[in-house]
Design a protein around this ligand. Structure first.
Ligand SMILES: Cc1cc2nc3c(=O)[nH]c(=O)nc-3n(C[C@H](O)[C@H](O)[C@H](O)COP(=O)(O)O)c2cc1C
Length: 324
């Protein structure tokens, strides 16, 4: 790792740091607080449109309300350097530990606007965005890439070199093409190749489902940190499990059904305190993830989807907990 990277100190004392991934409509404040409590060295926000952050609304203020949190990386998406830089300033003032620029989102409405994974097709523009943001904020500036747009286009190596030359302090690589969305297996060789090609910390991402996957990603790619997304939904224990496995070579006992449901209740209380009833839809899905595979989960899901308020969801979960 490059000793001069501004990002490295954020990774903390662990030899094998674990990071909580940006996930739209999932990695909100409650999710991040829980991920950090379970050992994530940093937690990413969901992606925030740069354009909107330049003209804050109550909704965007909520997206970058970082009060009571540390170690949060605010992820922005946009394709106009000056606009992304202005939004980065707002996020840095809100307390972001670092600013991350999304260059991997595959969603049509995002790439049609020239942002997200569309930037993988324009390495010069990607570099210009990093350059503009770097000139506006003092916190580290990172970039999250995919393997490429598709097999015919510049791959992550080309874009990583361009953004590193523009001053990116760290680079995350999710080893899938844009054209794959989330299908197929993530290619970890591209993570290893980017690690060899740039002098800044590289974060590996894609298909870490269990603690031994994280250990394998560190070993096979030489990456400086591992970012975990989908496996952490309803399962913040993944961060603690990875840390234990990386330190001892042993997988800890998985959480009991009671522990899982109790954590769902806690998540519900946190969401209610932070967002109030607007979080009803999010909490239904969260509760679903926490309880997936448990005995009686199918019937529980029906009750969760009938519940009309967070208060009712908590009642349903608490009743289920009593039977665990
Ligand atoms: C529901 C969902 C929302 C996502 N939202 C974002 C996002 O806002 N920004 C981003 O860079 N990646 C986003 N991702 C991609 C993840 O951060 C991550 O790169 C991907 O899921 C692969 O990692 P995993 O195999 O650990 O899940 C999202 C993924 C999912 C499943």
């Amino acid at each position: 790792m490059n000793a001069t990277s501004k990002f490295e100190p954020l990774l903390g004392p662990d030899d094998f740091p674990l990071l909580s991934a940006p996930m739209a409509e999932i990695s909100d404040k409650a999710f991040r607080l829980i991920a950090r409590e379970f050992g994530a060295a940093l937690a990413w926000t969901e992606m925030v449109p740069a354009q909107v952050l330049c003209h804050p609304t109550p909704y965007t203020k909520e997206l970058i309300d970082l009060s009571g949190e540390t170690g949060v990386v605010v992820q922005l998406f946009g394709c106009r350097p000056a606009e992304v830089a202005a939004a980065a300033e707002v996020a840095a003032e809100a307390g972001a530990a670092a600013i991350d620029i999304n260059m991997g989102c595959p969603v049509s409405r995002v790439v049609q606007g020239g942002a997200g994974a569309a930037l993988m097709l324009r390495p010069e523009l990607a570099a210009a965005i990093v350059d503009a943001v770097k000139s506006r904020v003092d916190v580290p500036v990172t970039v999250k890439l995919r393997r490429g747009w598709d097999e015919e286009s510049p791959d992550a190596l080309v874009v990583a070199r361009a953004v590193a030359a523009a001053g990116a302090d760290a680079i995350t690589v999710h080893g899938r093409y844009r054209s794959q969305f989330f299908s197929g297996r993530a290619d970890w060789e591209i993570i290893a190749a980017v690690k060899k090609a740039v002098g800044v910390p590289v974060i590996g991402n894609g298909d870490v489902w269990q603690a031994h996957d994280a250990a394998r990603m560190f070993k096979e790619t030489g990456c400086d940190a591992v970012m975990i997304g989908r496996a952490a939904r309803g399962n913040p224990w993944i961060f603690a499990a990875c840390r234990t496995y990386l330190a001892t070579g042993r997988e800890p006992q998985p959480p009991s059904p009671g522990e899982r449901v109790a954590m769902a209740v806690k998540h519900c209380e946190l969401l209610a305190a932070i967002q109030g009833e607007t979080a009803l839809f999010r909490m239904r899905r969260q509760a679903d993830w926490y309880t997936r595979g448990l005995k009686g989960a199918a019937r529980l899901r029906e009750s969760l989807y009938r519940a009309g308020s967070l208060k009712e969801i908590k009642v349903v979960l608490t009743a289920f907990l009593a039977c665990c």
